[in-house]
Design a protein around this ligand. Structure first.
Ligand code: C5P
Length: 285
């Protein structure tokens, strides 16, 4: 079975509080994008399923999120055998784009179809919670408000059609490390989450773009913040209606109402960065 696994961007990311369990309560407007990995899921050749990809450094066994998702499905549904997962990676890893979570979500969908378990998306999303905080959103896809750890999802009006340029700087950021730098009481600037939701309802792309913000941008190490700022400035300079960092970074994206301007931004950023993509919003699964 072949499937695509769409990446996501954060139109907003706000951190409300640190929880007793070490996680943080978040409020995020999440958007699926057409930038995607391609997965092939087949019954396993050996006794234990493998996950192979074109990136040699990713784990191939039980620590791969795709295999963790298969195991979580078998346990929750009481159905399904071992599967081999072959992944054509297109979404950069450790980039704030939920690439690994998207693969895990695609495996949950594949297992549901292969076993004819007939679970609903909501049931699959619940299984996904055990695999990672972004997996439930990746199961449902589209445009949604994610709260709690990221697992409480409310579908939102879709992002109007637009071109999205995503650029990943050369460095990586550890998500737990960045959460560790956050002091919730000291957050000064926050995204206008309700304003973004109202702009989505009104189909107002410029209104969404102008209100986007990610509170992680304020806790980046200074030299990282400079580079993120430069990429945002380049996107705006090329005509983006707004630009922001996605998730715990370091990917930065810009929303464009004109594809020719997005193309220009793509070419400009490609002269400095390898991982630059032009894509669009993706709908719910
Ligand atoms: O759930 P996931 O494995 O993706 O989370 C990775 C890490 O990010 C967690 O171990 C935690 O340190 C941090 N995190 C958090 N609050 C969230 C989601 C993730 O503190 N809502």
């Amino acid at each position: 079975m072949e499937l695509s696994a769409n990446a996501k961007i954060n139109l907003t990311l706000d951190i409300l509080r640190r929880r007793e369990d070490g996680y943080h309560d978040l409020q995020m407007v999440m958007q699926s994008v057409t930038l995607a990995d391609r997965l092939t899921v087949t019954p396993a050749q050996g006794a234990v399923g493998q996950a192979v990809s074109d990136l040699h450094f990713l784990p191939t066994g039980g620590k791969n999120l795709a295999q963790m998702a298969a195991a979580a499905f078998r346990q929750a549904a009481g159905l399904g055998g071992q599967v081999d997962v072959s992944i054509q990676k297109r979404v950069p890893v450790c980039a704030g784009l939920a690439g690994g979570s998207a693969d895990a979500a695609a495996v949950l969908r594949a297992m549901n179809r292969l076993t004819s378990a007939g679970l609903s998306s909501v049931e699959l999303a619940k299984i996904g919670e055990r695999v990672g905080s972004d997996v439930p959103f990746c199961v449902l896809g589209g445009t949604a408000l994610a709260e709690g750890r990221g697992e409480r999802l409310t579908p939102l009006s879709p992002l109007p059609p637009c071109s999205i340029v995503i650029c990943k700087p050369h460095f990586s950021i550890s998500t737990p490390h960045l959460f560790g730098r956050v002091n919730v009481r000291k957050i000064v600037r926050r995204p206008d989450t309700s304003g973004v939701i109202a702009a989505l309802d009104a189909g107002d792309l410029a209104g969404v773009a102008r209100r986007m913000y990610n509170v992680f941008e304020d806790v980046l190490e200074p030299r990282r913040a400079v580079e993120i700022g430069e990429i945002k400035a380049a996107l705006i300079d090329c005509g983006a209606l707004g630009a922001s960092m996605s998730g715990s970074g370091p990917s930065v994206f810009g929303l464009f109402h004109r594809e020719d301007l997005a193309q220009e931004a793509l070419e400009r950023l490609r002269s400095s960065y390898r991982d630059v993509f032009l894509c669009g919003p993706a709908g719910a699964e």
